[in-house]
Design a protein around this ligand. Sequence first.
Ligand code: ADP
Length: 314
Amino acid sequence: VLAPGEAATTIKMPVPPQDAGELLPGWRLALGFRDGDPLAEASARQARFYLWMGVGVVAIIGVLAVMVARYVAEQVRLARMKNELVSTVSHELKTPLASMRVLLDTLSAGRYRDEAQLRRYLHLATKENARLSQLIENFLVFSRLERGQQQFRFTELSPQELVRTALDALGEKLTGPSCRLNTQLAPDLPAIRGDADALATVLVNLLDNAYKYTNGEKHIAVRAYAEGEQVVFAVTDSGIGIAPDEQRRIFDRIYQVDQSLTRQRGGCGLGLSIVQSIVRAHGGAVEVTSEPGKGSTFRVRIPVANQNAQTVNR
Ligand code: ADP
């Protein structure tokens, strides 16, 4: 109740003072809050709540938009990769099949001079067949690795034996007249733990690349030596080499330095990505040192079977 002339300075009044009526002339009735204005505080609280809710919703929409954009980009990348893979693989399959057909047509039509030429043609057809098989094998291994369905059977392996298996798989390719192969296997190497077929695939891919990417007379060396708790397999060639900025990308799936479909050397750009996946599954690492025009060395490091491993020297 405000006396005549009294101002309501100490209280907040959401409702303006009203005259008390005829019985109390000059007096006024006021309704207000003594300590702050709870209504204003409540509305400020509400406003803050809506503001943060708005910020939260915008942030969630932002995060969702980024996730959707990433998902779409990944799908586009996969679709492009599939298309590239299909076109390179079909091209690679076509080449050996076409040369085998020409060779077999020639032979079945009897168009050869003597038995020596017949043998040469058959030998060429066998080579094309082997190339086709290796291509398909690589493709199947790649597909299993991608789907996480590659089963590794780990056993103790002799590094020397492994190198010999890989060299045998490549047959006469590396012992032909235009190729000098140098094999240096350190004696008393410790056993490694790994999948014999998968590790042979690793070495076959590296040796095949050393052969493919060396022009003219080829000098290829394969070495195996122990370093710390690892056995290192090194494949060196005297080939075309790899530019420094390409050296990391060559391990990517279907990456080829020369990406034109008309390139001469064959392959789908799967070999080194397979090598890397297999080596990583063995707890190892693969690295390359290379100088364009001089040659390359690929080193694969595989951990020894156990630290007190007995040496295997078969
Ligand atoms: P590809 O089937 O094309 O040989 P890889 O995955 O085995 O596929 O190799 C990827 C690319 O790395 C090759 O296309 C080639 O350009 C380059 N490369 C691989 N090995 C060598 C090498 N020893 N010397 C030079 N270039 C190489």
